[in-house]
Design a protein around this ligand. Structure first.
Ligand code: MLC
Ligand code: AMP
Length: 491
């Protein structure tokens, strides 16, 4: 069983939210009360899936750990999701109880009523504490995080307490986490980057996490200038936004913020490729050599540039401790020659257990015991370099993995759209931006603004197409299959 909270430093500040703080001892006590409240006299939740919808907050951390301690499976929901997206997460995992905070109750109540889910306000779940708690062995299921892929609907990735422990401990070793570390957390808390790399590594280490419900560059940079943080982790989009934000200010302010970053012990980039230009700009601006690493919801982190040693621009380094990484060719043969591209496959205690209630998808994502990532890489002078993905239907935008098929399925319900192909188009800020190529029904008209308005409430904002191209017909191959057009030529 992993030790989710490092209570060897009970007086250390675990969490900061604005002017409020929680020590490890306070947090531990609150989690016990929450676990007891959820159990309501039962001995063990027996892997009941409990969903929760809340921004980064004391309540979020207490709920996540409380579900774990009570023997449940935590299902953190995306606070930016549209209701139909939440419906899929809740119904596919058979959730019967959902915890939220008072200002979110009205947003989610109609959906809970429709699905006969009991809606709980966080404060209702706090018991008196002191309840007997179940023993949690490493093979028990702990977490379901939804990920998009080559299927139209997102799949629930199940990790056990053992998987989570492996994912956390490898990063703590590799990046030398310490109880004196202080890190800001502005990433969404329904993905492994926020949940494992930032929150869990910090809480396991006895470090301090500053919770920010949203990325607010002005507030964040104010704290950076004051030297609050020692470690910073973000997706490349956020480094682009910071570089642009700093470019627009006067030299004295810029140098104060850049100095704050320079004084940190570590700046990490991941979840999407960090362009060499951004790596170099960040180094010029702050003196920090970004540590780029590679991971995935199903495996946590797998490859990382070294904490001590050369961090190479455009590369993701070497396998983390305890993680086996091998490139394979299309005939499933291991690639042994250098500089030959192949699919990244992974083995190790960090690899997920299964896709929830989807044995077919689970079986087809493994080959000979290796998890097949669908990412293609080469090894050059001992460093892995990601070259792209084997599927054009996966888009990475702002660090979010999006399924072109899911977005296409949604857009086909638009009354003006007869046919649609969705793809990612290169974008300096977002890495890729979502673009839709459509064929309209006879006599219909559609603008980008119309489409955006129609998508609101149906899709999360980052899935809504930012580019719209109307064509007479979609290009097809000799077999009649749609060939996604090269958008650069059309825009
Ligand atoms: C938002 N906008 C986008 C967009 N996202 N436009 C194009 N493409 C996108 N992807 C637009 C909105 O529509 C809005 O436009 C404006 O930007 C502001 O929206 P916002 O939501 O307020 O944006 P912001 O807060 O700035 O969000 C940017 C961000 C966010 C980078 C903070 O995208 C984010 O948190 N990304 C991280 C995702 C993450 O953690 N992924 C890890 C997955 S795990 P308008 O016109 O309405 O103003 C994983 C494994 C691993 O990948 O290896 O880590
Ligand atoms: P997700 O499914 O949201 O966890 O996204 C995982 C995917 O993000 C991986 O399969 C990669 O395609 C991509 N990814 C993560 N880190 C990097 C990186 N450093 N460089 C390139 N792609 C990355």
């Amino acid at each position: 069983m992993h030790k989710p909270l490092n209570i060897t430093h009970p007086g250390n500040i675990a969490l900061v939210d604005g002017a409020q703080t929680r020590t490890y001892a306070d947090l531990d006590k609150q989690i016990d009360r929450f676990a007891g409240g959820l159990l309501a006299g039962e001995a063990d939740l027996q892997e009941e899936r409990i969903a929760f919808l809340m921004p980064a907050s004391f309540e979020y951390v207490t709920t996540l750990h409380g579900i774990w301690r009570a023997g449940g499976i935590a299902v953190p929901l995306n606070t930016a999701s549209a209701l139909p997206e939440l419906e899929h997460c809740l119904s596919s995992t058979g959730v019967r109880r959902l915890v939220t905070i008072s200002d979110r109750l009205n947003q989610i109540k109609p959906l809970c009523d429709e699905l006969a889910i009991e809606l709980l306000d966080f404060s209702q779940c706090l018991g008196d504490g002191g309840s007997a708690l179940p023993e949690l062995t490493p093979e028990r299921r702990a977490l379901i995080v939804f990920t998009s892929g080559t299927t139209s609907k997102p799949k629930g990735v199940v990790t056990t307490h053992g998987t989570i422990a492996a994912q956390i401990s490898t990063l703590i070793d590799a990046w030398e986490w310490q109880s004196s570390d202080v890190i800001p957390l502005f990433l969404p808390l329904h993905h492994v980057h926020g949940i494992i790399n930032v929150l869990s590594c910090a809480l396991w280490s006895g470090a301090t996490v500053h919770l920010m419900p949203k990325l607010d560059l002005q507030r964040l940079c104010g704290q950076v200038t004051r030297g609050v943080f020692t470690v910073f982790m973000a997706v490349p989009t956020i480094y682009v936004k910071l570089i642009d934000y700093l470019a627009d200010m006067d030299a004295a302010d810029r140098s104060a913020i850049a100095g704050g970053f320079a004084d940190m012990r570590l700046n990490v980039s991941g979840s999407a490729a960090c362009p060499v230009e951004i790596f170099e700009s960040w180094q010029r601006l702050t003196g920090q050599v970004l540590l780029e690493r590679y991971g995935m919801t199903e495996i946590g982190m797998a490859l990382s540039n070294p904490y001590r040693g050369e961090r190479r621009a455009g590369c993701v380094g070497q396998p983390l401790p305890g993680v086996e990484v091998q490139l394979f060719d299309e005939q499933h043969q291991a690639i042994t020659e250098p500089a030959t591209a192949g699919e990244i496959r992974i083995k190790g205690g960090n690899v997920f257990l299964e896709y929830w209630n989807n044995p077919k998808a689970t079986a087809s994502s493994f080959h000979d015991g290796w998890f097949c990532t669908g990412d293609v890489a080469v090894v050059e002078d001992g460093y892995f370099r990601i070259m792209g993905r084997s599927s054009i239907d996966i888009i990475k935008s702002g660090g979010y993995k999006l399924s072109a098929l899911e977005i296409e399925g949604k857009l086909l319900a638009h009354p003006a759209i007869a046919e649609v192909a969705v793809l990612g188009i290169e974008d300096r800020t977002w890495g890729e931006a979502v673009a839709a190529v459509v064929v309209l029904r006879p006599g219909a008209e559609l603008t980008g603004e119309d489409l955006k308005a129609w998508c609101e409430g149906r899709l999360s904002s980052y899935k809504i197409p930012k580019h719209l191209v109307v064509m007479e017909s979609l290009p097809r191959n000799a077999m009649g299959k749609v060939v996604k057009p090269k958008l650069k030529e059309l825009l």
